[in-house]
Write a protein that binds this ligand. Structure first.
Ligand code: PBG
Length: 325
């Protein structure tokens, strides 16, 4: 084994081409998913104040946006819908002319090859803001399952390519798989938010999606942040129920969880670089405290290095532009 002075690790760091040659991890646009927030109405493209650069779109304003996304070679979007009317059971979530269902049709017409993933969760649709139906003071797991399955089915019937349940009910992947199979959609994959933590980093999203719980919090269904062994059990459960892609969320404060899941399972692994992670970097960049491009690329590289294949990120459009040079 060579030792200093024969061994000099700095030899391979001298130029950018040399560094690129030995680079171990790369962020690639082919594995990014860009979130879109869709609201009911016409002619709406309105900025979300807590998430600079991110907008609410009405379905009719989506074509231009997704054409740009496709031009940037981003392969997929994930849709979040904000309905006009909310009720106890989130019934707008499976309306054939619901906001997400409309959006899917517009996007598939404008750019057929763009993969449309939909978030499956009731919190944007319920008057109380919880991810399922309420019994007493808590979310009723088993009564929520058929509603999630119905919502997923209506997205797929509208043309969605993949569904992503984010509610954290036990048994939801199985319920969705059974429904999709029974209704003639055995080839639609499920990307499950398998290890989703009760995180304060969702703050800006809840403003964007108008989904802040009106009472209590999500700690009886989302995971407790200190736990990593439990994340492996969650992932295992979702895999056994038929998940095709598994997800860890959030990403940056949970890199150890991503690594552990990567080392334990062979399924494709996604990480959600969530709203709070985005807004922190945006705010610091706006103040001139951090160099945006470098901190964003460093963060996404860390998520990849931890073991994620796919990254869901609000930075996707910027990253695609930077990678093109
Ligand atoms: C829906 C959902 C949430 C996010 C994705 N799907 C919010 C939540 O669970 O409160 C968060 C995404 C983000 O913060 O960017 N349940």
């Amino acid at each position: 084994m060579a030792e200093f002075p024969q061994l000099r690790l700095r030899r391979l760091r001298q130029t950018e081409s040399m560094r690129a040659l030995v680079r171990e991890t790369r962020v690639q646009v082919e594995q990014l998913i860009y979130p879109l927030f869709v609201v009911e109405g016409k002619g709406i493209k309105k900025g979300i104040s807590s998430m600079p650069g991110i907008h609410h779109f009405s379905p009719d304003r989506l074509s231009k946006e997704v054409e740009e996304i496709a031009r940037l070679k981003i392969p997929a979007v994930i849709l979040f819908g904000i309905p006009e009317r909310k009720d106890e059971t989130g019934s707008a979530s499976c309306a054939p002319k619901g906001v997400v269902q409309q959006a899917i049709r517009v996007i598939k017409k404008a750019v057929p090859e763009l993969l449309v993933v939909t978030d499956v969760c009731l919190c944007e649709y319920t008057s109380h803001g919880h991810c399922g139906v309420i019994a007493g003071t808590d979310v009723d797991n088993d009564r929520t399952l058929p509603l999630l399955a119905k919502m997923a089915l209506s997205h797929v019937e509208a043309g969605a390519d993949m569904v992503a349940p984010s509610d954290m009910m036990d048994g939801r992947v199985k319920a969705i798989r059974e429904t999709l199979d029974a209704k003639g959609f055995p080839n639609i994959p499920i990307m499950s938010y398998a290890a989703k933590y009760a995180s304060a980093f969702y703050g800006p999203f809840r403003e964007a999606a108008e989904s802040t719980p009106q009472f209590g919090d999500r700690r009886s269904y989302q995971m407790d942040p200190p736990n990593v062994r439990e994340a492996l059990r969650e992932v295992e459960q979702d895999i056994n129920e038929g998940a095709d892609i598994i997800m860890v969320k959030p990403a940056l404060a949970y890199l150890d969880v991503i690594r552990k899941v990567r080392d334990t399972f062979n399924h494709p692994l996604a990480a959600y670089n969530v709203s709070g992670e985005y807004s922190m970097l945006k705010a610091a960049a706006q103040k001139g405290w951090l160099e945006e491009q470098r901190v964003v690329m460093e963060s996404l590289t860390a998520i990849k290095r931890a073991g994620a294949d796919i990254i869901i990120t609000y930075h996707a459009k910027d990253v695609a532009k930077w990678l093109r040079g």
